[in-house]
Design a protein around this ligand. Structure first.
Ligand SMILES: NC(=O)c1ccc[n+]([C@@H]2O[C@H](COP(=O)([O-])OP(=O)(O)OC[C@H]3O[C@@H](n4cnc5c(N)ncnc54)[C@H](OP(=O)(O)O)[C@@H]3O)[C@@H](O)[C@H]2O)c1
Length: 230
C-alpha cells in the first residue's frame, strides 16, 4: 500500500506515518518540519503554497491513501474565541487559511498524482465541532466555521470528482480529542478517559479509511466509523 501523509510533522501526522509504516505500507510524508528520526520518505516544504506543492509533485508516488492533517486551533497569538467580542480579522483569516483554504488547494494541486481508475481515499482531518447540526455549545467561532467550510469544500469536490475519479473517496474525519499540542490547553477540562493517545487515534483513523469506498465519498466521519451530520 502506498500512503501519503501531509502535515506529517504534527502529533497525529507523526503517529499516522508510524502506524502505516508499521503495517508495512510505503509512506511518503510532507511537512514543513524536518524529521530525521521517523520512518518513511520525508519531504520538507517551506510551506504549502502552490509553488511548493508543484515542485514536490513529480516526486510523489501514486497513492492508495492520502491523509492531510492540516489544521490550527490556536497559535502564540490567539486562543479560540469564547464570545463574539473576541472575534477578529487576523484569527478568522489565519484559521480559515490553514483549515479550509490550504486543504482544498492541496487536493487541487495533488489531483494529478491520484489514480483515476483505481481505488483511492483522500482523507482530511476535520473536527466534530465543525458540524453545524451538532453545534449546541457555541464559541470557537473561527475553528468551527473554518472546519464547516472545509467540510463543504470537500463535499463539493467529491461531487465533481465522481465523474472523473470513479473510485476515489473523499472523506472528512474527526479524529477524537487526541494528546497533541493542538489540544494541550483544553485537556484538563476533559472527562476521564476522553483524551486519546496519537497512536490510538491514528489506528482509529486508519480503520475508518479502511472501510471507505467510493460510494461513501463526500462523507464526514467520526473516529468510530459512524457518519457525522454536516
Ligand atoms: N488533537 C485533537 O484533539 C484534534 C481534535 C479534533 C480535530 N483535530 C484535527 O486533527 C488535525 C491534526 O491535529 P493535531 O492534533 O495533530 O495537531 P498538530 O500537532 O498541531 O498538527 C497540525 C498539523 O497542521 C499543520 N499546520 C499547522 N499550522 C500550519 C500552518 N500555519 N500552515 C500550514 N500547515 C500548518 C502542521 O503541518 P507540518 O507537518 O507542516 O508542521 C501540523 O502537522 C487538525 O486538522 C485538527 O484540527 C485534532
Amino acid at each position: 500500500m502506498q500512503v501519503l501523509v501531509i502535515g506529517a510533522g504534527g502529533g497525529l501526522g507523526q503517529a499516522l506515518v508510524r502506524y502505516y509504516a508499521n503495517q508495512g505500507a510505503t509512506v511518503q510524508a510532507l511537512s514543513r518540519q524536518h524529521m530525521s528520526d521517523q520512518p518513511g520518505q520525508w519531504f520538507t516544504l517551506a510551506d504549502y503554497s502552490l509553488e511548493s506543492l508543484q515542485a514536490i509533485r513529480p516526486q510523489l508516488q501514486q497513492p492508495d491513501v492520502v491523509i492531510s492533517t492540516l489544521g490550527i486551533l490556536h497559535t502564540n497569538g490567539f486562543m479560540p474565541e469564547k464570545r463574539l467580542a473576541d472575534v477578529n480579522l487576523e484569527q478568522l483569516e489565519q484559521t480559515f487559511h490553514v483549515n479550509a483554504v490550504l486543504p482544498i488547494l492541496l487536493l487541487q494541486q495533488l489531483l494529478p498524482v491520484l489514480p483515476n481508475k483505481a481505488p483511492c481515499v483522500w482523507a482530511q482531518l476535520s473536527a466534530k465541532v465543525g458540524s453545524t447540526t451538532d453545534n449546541y455549545l457555541g464559541g470557537w467561532y473561527s475553528y468551527r466555521a473554518s472546519k464547516a467550510a472545509l467540510n463543504m469544500l470537500l463535499k463539493t469536490a467529491s461531487i465533481e470528482l465522481k465523474r472523473t475519479h470513479k473510485q476515489l473517496c473523499i472523506a472528512a474525519i474527526h479524529p477524537g480529542t487526541t494528546d497533541t499540542q493542538l489540544s494541550k490547553p483544553f485537556q484538563q477540562r476533559l472527562p476521564a478517559g476522553k483524551l486519546y493517545t496519537p497512536e490510538q487515534s491514528a489506528a482509529r483513523i486508519a480503520a475508518v479509511i479502511h472501510n471507505l469506498t467510493a460510494e461513501n465519498s463526500g462523507g464526514f466521519w467520526h473516529w468510530d466509523g459512524s457518519a457525522l451530520p454536516y
